[in-house]
Write a protein that binds this ligand. Structure first.
Ligand SMILES: NC(=O)c1ccc[n+]([C@@H]2O[C@H](COP(=O)([O-])OP(=O)(O)OC[C@H]3O[C@@H](n4cnc5c(N)ncnc54)[C@H](OP(=O)(O)O)[C@@H]3O)[C@@H](O)[C@H]2O)c1
Length: 350
C-alpha cells in the first residue's frame, strides 16, 4: 500500500456484518486551515455500533458510511490556523461533531453523529475540525481512551446534567455491567456516592468490584444485586438503603424495567433514561422522580470529564483487543454476553 492510501470499513447494507466492507482509499487531506489529521490508534464498540450494522438504530444511517464513533489517536498534521493542538498530541474525537455545550445536542446534530450520519473512526486516518477533538486523559493508553466518548460521556451526562448533579452520599443504581453502567459506577464512586449495581452474573459484578477497588472506600460504597436471584430490583434497593431508595438510576432496560426503576427512586431522584420508553405516566406521577433523556456529553463537559478521570487516575476496563482486520469478529463478539468491559480494535500497526 502506498503512503498516500489507507484502509477503512464502510457499511453498504444494514442487517449484519456482511454489509461491512474493508476498502483501500486515498488518505484524507486537510480541507481547511482549522482542521487536524489524526492517525487512529484504537477504536471501541458500543451497543450503538451493533444497532447501526443490524439496522435497529433509531436515526438515519448513510449508505457507505465509515462505521464506529469512538476512537483515540495521534495528531499527525495541523492546518495553518490550528491553535488548540500540535503534531504529536494524543486525542479523542467528539462522537457528535458540533455539540460543544448544553445539556442536549441541537436536533440537527443527531443526523451528523460519527459512524451513522458522518464518517466515523474505523479508518487508519481521520480528519476533523479542531473544535471536534479533545486531548485524551494523559495517563491512559490509546486503547483505554478509545472506550470513553460514548459510554463514559453518557455516564457523565447522566450524573452531571443541569437538572441534578451527583454528590457525596447519593445512592446511584447502575443497571447491568455494560459500558454506560460501568463508567457511571466509576464516576459516582469518585464523587463519594454509593453504588448499587445490578447484574445477571455474580462473576461479572465481582470483576467490576475488583477493577474499581481503589475507588471503593467503605464496605457499603459498592453493592451488587444479582437480577436473576432478585428480579424485583426495587425491593432490594429499598432493603439496601434502609427504605431511603435511590438518588439516581441509570435506566438502560426501557419498557420492561422502567416501572421497577421508578419504584427504586426517592422523590426528586433522577432516572437517567438511556433506552426506550412507553406511556407510564401514572407511575411517574405517583413516584415523583425526575426522568430525563440522556444525550451524549458536549465538548466542554467531555473536557471536565477527562480532567476528573486524570485526577482519579481511573482506568477503563478493556475486555479484549482485536486487530483492525478482525473488525467483523469484534462486532460478532460484542453481540454475545460473555464479555465484561469494552471491546477495542487496534488500528495503527505501530
Ligand atoms: N442515550 C445515549 O446517548 C446512549 C449512549 C450510550 C448507550 N445508550 C443505550 O444504553 C444501553 C446500554 O448501552 P451500553 O453500551 O452500556 O450496553 P452494553 O455495554 O451492551 O451493556 C448492556 C448490559 O446491560 C445489562 N442488561 C441487559 N439487559 C438488561 C435488563 N433487561 N435489565 C437490566 N440489565 C440489563 C447486561 O449486564 P449484566 O449481564 O451484568 O446484567 C448487559 O451486559 C443501550 O440500549 C444503548 O443503546 C444510550
Amino acid at each position: 500500500m502506498s503512503s498516500n492510501t489507507m484502509q477503512q470499513y464502510r457499511l453498504y447494507k444494514q442487517g449484519s456484518t456482511e454489509g461491512l466492507r474493508l476498502e483501500t482509499v486515498e488518505k484524507p487531506r486537510l480541507r481547511s486551515s482549522t482542521e487536524v489529521l489524526i492517525k487512529v490508534h484504537a477504536i471501541s464498540l458500543n451497543a450503538r455500533d451493533n444497532q447501526i450494522v443490524n439496522g435497529t438504530y433509531g436515526a438515519p444511517v448513510r449508505e457507505g458510511v465509515v462505521v464506529v464513533s469512538d476512537g483515540a489517536g495521534e495528531i499527525v498534521e495541523v492546518g495553518l490556523d490550528v491553535d488548540l493542538f500540535k503534531v504529536g498530541d494524543r486525542v479523542t474525537a467528539m462522537p457528535m461533531p458540533g455539540h460543544n455545550a448544553g445539556e442536549y445536542p441541537e436536533p440537527r446534530l443527531y443526523t451528523k453523529a460519527l459512524g451513522s450520519g458522518t464518517d466515523g473512526l474505523a479508518s487508519e486516518y481521520f480528519r476533523a475540525s479542531q473544535e471536534d477533538v479533545i486531548h485524551m486523559p494523559s495517563h491512559m493508553t490509546y486503547e483505554e481512551a478509545a472506550t470513553l466518548p460514548i459510554a463514559c460521556g453518557t455516564a457523565w451526562s447522566a450524573l452531571y446534567g443541569r437538572t441534578k448533579q451527583v454528590t457525596s452520599g447519593d445512592v446511584v443504581v447502575c443497571m447491568g455491567t455494560g459500558g454506560v453502567s460501568f463508567f457511571t459506577a466509576a464516576l459516582a464512586l469518585g464523587a463519594g456516592a454509593r453504588v448499587i449495581m445490578t447484574s445477571s452474573s455474580d462473576e461479572k459484578a465481582d470483576k467490576i468490584r475488583q477493577h474499581l477497588s481503589h475507588l471503593i472506600k467503605t464496605q457499603d460504597a459498592f453493592q451488587v444485586m444479582n437480577r436473576k436471584k432478585h428480579p424485583k430490583v426495587e425491593t432490594e434497593v429499598k432493603r439496601l438503603t434502609g427504605g431511603n431508595k435511590a438518588d439516581f438510576i441509570i435506566e438502560i432496560g426501557g419498557v420492561k424495567t422502567l416501572p421497577s426503576s421508578i419504584r427504586c427512586m426517592k422523590p426528586g431522584g433522577l432516572i437517567a433514561l438511556t433506552g426506550m420508553l412507553t406511556n407510564i405516566a401514572s407511575l411517574l406521577l405517583w413516584g415523583g422522580p425526575i426522568a430525563r433523556g440522556i444525550g451524549p456529553a458536549p465538548r466542554n463537559e467531555m473536557k471536565r470529564m477527562h480532567r476528573a478521570l486524570e485526577a482519579s487516575q481511573f482506568r477503563p476496563l478493556v475486555d479484549k483487543v482485536f486487530e483492525f482486520y478482525q473488525l467483523k469478529e469484534a462486532y460478532e463478539y460484542s453481540l454475545g454476553s460473555n464479555f465484561l468491559g469494552k471491546i477495542v480494535i487496534r488500528v495503527a500497526k505501530d
